[in-house]
Design a protein around this ligand. Structure first.
Ligand code: HEC
Length: 305
């Protein structure tokens, strides 16, 4: 264990505090409220005028970067895409993402300010949760659309998911996907092949407490969101009023099911924050962001420490 005030609120180890964060350049991003904008809605031209151009090869950020505050403000109260708005909910929040690595581990730091949030009462235990979703090229649609690649019309609390418990999934796990997503999951051997090929997304989530260590989970998304046990990820969280700085860390190579982090490869990150005791889709999300180790062209460069 390291020392210092910040280490009062950590899990596992204080390793991230060996990182000189002044050497990592922060990427400022805006997380916006996505309401019920599913993959299927986004791919339907009559529901989303970007659909055809997206299909033709233009990524989400190509049209929407810089527009996140306006999109969030619209969606948080939009009757067409948000049937159950949360009164007084802000449409977006700001975040800054940094990353670094050493010989053994990758560190991803998300600093964000939830601002004043109404209490939605959905998650009684945690007011605030932060997550990152990671792809390493194994899921091409995630490089183009980030988290939206896993957000379908039939998930819990989405238009055709209702009160069910369908979690995030990738279209490739379904026999077919229509306007309302896909219900029929492919045979186990097809899923095993996809997993072996690395066609899954990885996610890390830290559930934050005002005092005491964060609760950290990680897992994969293919036919469903599947938690890994034990978690290979640790997180340290520091709170200052409505501001949080959360540093995730795990081994660069954490074993089967985990993406290997190595220089020379481009990763896609999606970031989400649940604020104001929300759960499920009632979160803020980012557009797709890129990450490289050491040098290269990306939103976030993780220098070697
Ligand atoms: C060719 C440009 C283009 C692309 C690519 C595109 N969009 Fe859009 N998007 C638009 C336009 C224009 C609107 C507003 C009109 C509408 O809703 O059809 C919009 C609306 C939206 C909205 C509703 C909120 C708002 O600001 O109006 C969301 C959310 C959204 N897009 C997300 C995405 C995501 C996620 C992707 C990638 C899967 C994407 N878009 C790809 C052009 C685009």
């Amino acid at each position: 264990m390291g020392t210092g005030v910040a280490c009062a609120i950590i899990t596992h180890a204080c390793a991230a505090y060996a990182i000189d964060w002044t050497r990592a350049v922060g990427k400022d991003i805006v997380l916006f409220y996505p309401a019920q904008m599913s993959w299927e809605t986004l791919l339907t031209q009559s529901s989303h005028s970007g659909a055809q151009k997206f299909r033709d090869g233009k990524n989400c950020r190509g049209c929407h970067e810089g527009e996140e505050p306006a999109s969030g403000k619209l969606l948080v109260n939009d009757k067409g895409s948000e049937p159950t708005p949360i009164a007084g909910k802000p449409g977006s929040i700001k975040a800054t993402v940094k990353a670094a690595h050493d010989a053994e581990r990758i560190y991803v730091q998300v600093g964000f300010d939830t601002g004043a949030q109404p209490d939605a009462g959905m998650d009684k235990d945690f007011a605030t949760k932060v997550a990152v979703m990671i792809d390493d090229g194994g899921v091409p649609e995630a490089a183009r659309a980030g988290c939206f690649a896993a957000c379908h019309d039939n998930l819990a609390r989405m238009p055709s998911g209702g009160e069910g418990d369908t979690t995030k999934y990738l279209a490739r796990s379904r026999v077919s996907v229509g306007r309302h997503g896909g219900d029929q999951i492919k045979p186990a051997e097809d899923l095993a092949t996809a997993r072996a090929q690395g066609s899954t997304l990885e996610y890390w989530q830290a559930r934050l407490r005002a005092s005491g260590p964060a609760e950290v989970v990680d897992g994969t998304i293919l036919e469903k969101r599947q938690e890994s046990a034990p978690s290979a990820v640790s997180a340290e969280a520091v709170q200052n009023g409505t501001k949080w700085t959360v540093t995730f860390s795990r081994k660069l190579a954490a074993g089967p099911g985990y993406k290997d982090f190595a220089p020379g490869k481009t990763y896609t990150l999606g970031v989400s924050v649940h604020a104001g005791h929300t759960a499920k889709r009632f979160h803020y999300v980012s557009l797709e962001k890129t990450l490289v180790l050491d040098t290269g062209k990306a939103d976030i460069i993780a220098p070697r420490m």
